[in-house]
Design a binder for this molecule. Structure first.
Ligand code: MN
Length: 161
């Protein structure tokens, strides 16, 4: 599953087919991406919105606060034995995580993000990554948040079944 403001489904970015904005597009060319849950997307091209229909679950930041979306997420997770989580910190709102390379207003709050992280307790969290922390744009809050998310994800992973 992915937390991200972007789908990263672009065919290319700044002349490169292998960029941070196109990794999921490349994966989608060789693998079925209906196993991907994507939380926080809000900045995408028309083509990316269309391609995002191939993902298994897409939850916008506006929907993410609702209990219905969290329920749908838990139900989605229950179909899988193991889960990999990738946290792009720009999935969170710049008010919480300003220290990222491509900030997008209108993002997830910290409490909402943690609700989705804690929902992973019911799954077998095999591994995770946290990306896009950009210290030169940070006032310290993004680094603190990244450390907190790492702490919580390690705790969740320690519950592996
Ligand atoms: Mn992003």
């Amino acid at each position: 599953m992915v937390f991200d403001a972007h789908f990263d489904l672009r065919n290319e970015w700044e002349g490169s087919r292998y960029s941070h904005a196109s990794y999921l597009r490349r994966i989608s060319e060789v693998r079925d991406v209906s196993c991907v849950a994507h939380i926080g997307a809000r900045a995408a091209t028309e083509e990316e919105w269309r391609l995002s229909k191939n993902l298994g679950l897409v939850v916008s930041p506006g929907e993410a606060d609702g209990t219905e979306s969290l329920k749908r997420f838990k139900s989605f997770l229950s179909d899988f034995r193991r889960v990999y989580v990738s946290v792009d910190l720009d999935g969170l709102d710049p008010a919480y995580a300003p220290g990222v390379g491509t900030p997008e207003p209108g993002g997830l709050t910290t409490p909402t993000t943690l609700k989705y992280v804690y929902a992973l307790r019911e799954s077998d969290l095999a591994a995770f990554d946290i990306v896009e922390l950009c210290p030169v744009y940070d006032n310290g809050s993004t680094a603190t948040l990244a450390a907190r998310l790492m702490n919580e994800l390690v705790a969740v992973a320690s519950l592996r079944k």
